[in-house]
Write a protein that binds this ligand. Structure first.
Ligand code: BG6
Length: 491
């Protein structure tokens, strides 16, 4: 038996925060439960508050679930996992406190090769100091040191570049794992499989056959307690510039040389750099206001005490983007993202062109312009891929209607889909960078949105108000109509 001579310690910096409690610790447990973590591993929670190991374990245990199945050993696994969790209280900018952590980590490593992963789950204004202290005082002496950082990576091109430069004083690019949790979602990962391992999609994946592509994100709840954070960023920075744009890049990139991280990221960055800088005329912004639904009243965005009463921050945006390359010239890529809408959904909709000289033009029950094929990739909830096709209604007549060729994950696969954070944490432990954002991708993403963000703010553009729980501002329809497009999610 080969004894594993290395050890991995995962330090969650900001361990008492919401993300750590809701996502990071549960994802780590799920990985442990699935036997995906190395034999020797230790988890440290690091935060300012005073807490004992037992208190941390108690806090962590409240959010652990055995979501995979209900095997009897679940409780036992939880106990074992919690036994590997420890706590260290310290300031985020104290080299001294990180040195103490280093000492504790060394005790756990017991002379093995030490690999260290730091997950920074802390506000952006203290990122750099924490990275500095972790790298100067607690990096591994003989193995790897990696740092996971989560958005916001700045507010615009300049602040993002400043953050990147500051981090690079202490870390090499290949030590920085910039997370975009949408890249860890099952159906987003499947995009490349769909495109590159099926014969039938890639040949039609271009301006020749595709009329437009839509990336739609909606949530049926507002900023709920996060108003203070959200007001600094707004929906374009919170969802579009990262989550939706990353999906777009995977959707539109050329075939990579291989599945290696650098090859994939090279193709993504090429697409992003081929995109036209977003024009203010191609953007619609909205903000939700209070509404009473079924006797329950829902607060408007500015009713949140942490949001200034006169805030113009958009909680909804729609945008039309273009990729000026040979494959996509002239195809509108529409994005729509909003909070406090009528449903929760994330999907990609690919609307194909009309069949030229269609013999059956007269036989459609529905309007002709609706009878084109549409491929829908529903990222969440209820993951699915379906293709709308035209079909003859059975009978002696000749009437056509639209039906779905439907791959519903729930019906097809028994296994529950892992949370995005599980895949991403596992990849970070294994040093797989494919799903993390490289700094040139980040720069390109900011270049696309920064001018419009600045213009919206400088001109104090007033968002279109929409009631909580509605389908969002009507301006989004006009924007799509300008490109002869209808949003596919609205029927
Ligand atoms: C985060 C945003 O990145 O993604 C939140 O900051 C948003 O505003 C969340 O609610 C959505 O993630 P998910 O995985 O719940 O769709």
């Amino acid at each position: 038996v080969n004894e594993d001579k290395s050890t991995v310690s995962i330090t969650v910096v900001g361990a008492s925060g919401d993300l750590a409690k809701k996502k990071i610790f549960p994802a780590l447990f799920a990985l442990y439960y699935e036997d995906c973590l190395p034999e020797h591993f230790t988890i440290f929670g690091y935060a300012r508050s005073k807490m004992t190991d037992a208190e941390l374990r108690n806090m962590v245990s409240k959010t652990l679930t055995c979501r995979i199945d209900k095997r009897e050993n679940c409780g036992e696994k939880m106990e074992q996992f919690l036994g590997r969790c420890f706590y260290h209280s310290g300031q985020y900018d104290s080299e001294e406190n990180f040195k103490e952590l280093d000492k504790k980590l060394k005790d756990h490593e017991a002379g093995r090769i030490s690999n260290r992963l730091f997950y920074l789950s802390i506000p952006p204004n203290i990122f750099v100091n924490a990275v500095k202290c972790a790298s100067l005082s607690a990096s591994s002496a003989n193995g790897w040191t990696r740092v996971i950082v989560e958005k916001p990576f700045g507010r615009d091109s300049e602040s993002s570049a400043a953050l990147t430069n500051a981090l690079k004083q202490y870390l090499d690019e290949d030590q920085i794992f910039r997370i975009d949790h949408y890249l860890g979602k099952e159906l987003v990962e499947n995009l490349s499989v769909l495109r590159f391992s099926n014969l039938i999609f890639e040949p039609v994946w271009s301006r020749q056959y595709i009329r437009n592509v839509q990336f739609i994100f909606s949530e049926d709840f507002g900023t709920e307690g996060r108003g203070g954070y959200f007001d600094h960023y707004g929906i374009i920075r919170d969802i579009m510039q990262n989550h939706l744009l990353q999906i777009l890049a995977l959707f539109a990139m050329e075939t990579p040389v291989s599945l290696d991280a650098e090859d994939i990221r090279n193709e993504k960055v090429k697409v992003l750099r081929s995109m036209r800088t977003l024009n203010i005329d191609d953007v619609v912004i909205g903000q939700y206001k209070s509404q009473t639904i079924g006797g329950v009243s829902y607060q408007g965005y500015t009713d949140d005490k942490t949001v200034p009463k006169d805030s113009l921050t958009p909680t909804f945006a729609a945008a039309a983007l273009f990729i000026d390359n040979a494959r996509w010239d002239g195809v509108p890529f529409l994005m729509k993202a909003g909070k406090a809408l009528h449903n929760r959904r994330a999907e990609i909709r690919v609307q194909f062109r009309r069949v030229p000289g269609n013999l059956y033009n007269r036989n459609f029950g529905t309007a002709l312009d609706r009878a084109t094929n549409e491929l829908v990739i529903r990222v969440q909830p209820d993951e699915a891929i379906y293709l709308k096709i035209n079909n003859k209604v059975p009978g002696l007549g000749m009437r056509l209607d639209r039906s779905n060729l439907n791959l519903l994950y729930k019906a097809r696969y028994e296994k529950e889909i892992p949370d995005a954070y599980e895949r991403l944490l596992l990849d970070a432990v294994e040093g797989e960078r494919r799903l993390f954002i490289r700094s040139d991708e980040l720069d390109a993403a900011w270049s696309l949105f920064t001018p419009v963000l600045k213009e919206l703010e400088a001109k104090k553009i007033i968002p279109e108000y929409y009631p909580y729980g509605s389908r969002g501002p009507v301006g989004a329809h006009y924007l799509a109509a300008r490109y002869n497009v209808k949003w596919g999610d609205l029927g």
